[in-house]
Ligand binder design. Structure first.
Ligand SMILES: *Cc1c(COP(=O)(O)O)cnc(C)c1O
Length: 383
């Protein structure tokens, strides 16, 4: 059926109608007073979302561009860094470092398992010469639905004294608390199509004073992503290059909606949706990729047995107009991922679970009791 499409993937995420309509407005010049007012408001609200007094800069880029900017603005070729790698995104930051001649040591965990903070502690404590310049961690690893223990890793980084804490918060920001100042996070990158409830196209980088001090020493080549000019222009409520003005309209409205809901309520909603989703999958005998203790609030990865994950996805798409994500790399065909990030409500999760049950029945999945997933999800939503 036309126009009934429902996105249940971990990005792009659903966009509220109010935000969609805001984007339809006529453009304004980005050097106008009117634009500066929007820029001032969104910058203030971005600090609120990041729980920081630091600069939060806006780039015309996806989340990867924001992460690349964060990395190349504080490091130099040959610098030694540690990078957590327990999934597709952790792996990406290792590749970005390699592309820029940064000497990167991966601290790995199996896909579906969390990074071990002890491994970071051991490597940082062994570095008495203080040669480690940064530690890079993906907070919510979207490829497997694992939430890494960023708080503990950041504590070990702080104890080291020299290394910067660089964070991919793309699917944790706006889903669970990421208190940038309290945890001492130096560089925090995110992207608009995830927890922000707006379309893709904007990247965000929060930079601490320590990060700016490292910026002064960084010698990697950069121009469009040189954060210095972004900072200078932000102080005058403008941007160095033409910004995606329509996305700024969208961001303004989305952040107003987030402020009206409140941080604690937003985090509690994501926690509830995560619990309901996981309870439903368990009641349907569908094994989960990540254990309860370190499950991402943004996405749940499911490994169906005896039914093809891609068949489940295509049936959901064709019969129910619901999109869920597939697996990446070696997990392709083995898992499907249900997003519950951003503009997602209890109703959306109940609808998706009901459609999933119908899909499993149609595909002849064994061990599935009709209604069991819905009952478990409802109970979790009430709790
Ligand atoms: C989506 C995502 C990114 C950014 O991907 P882009 O396609 O560049 O926006 C980075 N890290 C994580 C964990 C993500 O989920």
């Amino acid at each position: 059926m036309d126009d009934k499409f429902m996105l249940m993937i971990p990005g792009p995420t659903p966009v509220p109608e109010r935000v969609l309509l805001a984007q339809a407005k006529h453009l304004i010049g980005h050097r106008s007073g009117e634009f500066s007012q929007i820029m001032a408001e969104v910058t203030e609200n971005l600090k609120w979302l990041h729980q920081t007094q630091n600069d939060v800069l806006l780039l015309t880029a996806s989340g990867t561009g924001a992460m690349e900017a964060g990395i190349i603005n504080v490091l130099s070729a040959g610098d030694r860094v540690l990078a957590g790698n327990n999934g597709k995104f952790g792996e990406r930051w290792v590749k970005v470092c390699e592309a820029f001649g940064i000497q990167v040591e991966a601290i790995e965990a199996e896909w579906g398992k969390p990074l071990d903070p002890e491994a970071f502690r051991a490597a940082l404590e062994a570095d008495t010469a203080k040669t480690i310049k940064a530690v890079i961690v993906t907070h919510s690893e979207t490829s497997t639905g694992v939430l890494n223990d960023l708080q503990t890793i950041a504590r070990h980084v702080k104890a080291h004294g020299e290394a910067l804490m660089i964070v991919d918060a793309v699917t944790s920001l706006g889903a669970c608390s990421v208190p940038v100042d309290e945890w001492g996070l130096d560089v925090v990158a995110s992207g608009s199509q995830k927890g922000y409830m707006i379309p893709p196209g904007l990247g965000f980088v929060a930079m601490s004073d320590r990060a700016w001090a490292a910026y002064e020493k960084s010698t990697l080549p950069k121009f469009y992503f040189d954060l210095g000019p972004y900072r200078k222009n932000a102080a005058k409520n403008t941007t160095p290059f033409t910004p995606p003005v329509s996305l700024f309209y969208a961001l303004q409205v989305a952040l107003q909606m987030m402020k009206a809901e409140g941080l604690e309520t937003i985090f509690a909603r994501h926690e509830r949706l995560k619990r309901a989703t996981r309870a439903a999958m368990k009641a349907l005998n569908l094994p989960l990729s990540a254990a309860d203790e370190f499950a991402s609030p943004a996405v749940t990865a499911v490994m169906p047995q005896g039914v093809d994950a891609e068949k489940i996805r295509s049936t959901l798409r064709k019969q129910f107009d619901i999109a869920m994500a597939g697996g990446q790399d070696h997990l392709k065909g083995k898992i499907f991922r249900m997003g519950h990030l951003g503009f997602v409500s209890d109703r959306d999760v109940l609808t998706a679970i009901a459609a999933l049950e119908a899909t499993l029945a149609q595909l002849g999945a064994e061990g599935v009791t009709p209604g069991a997933g819905l009952a478990a999800a409802q109970a979790a939503l009430r709790a």
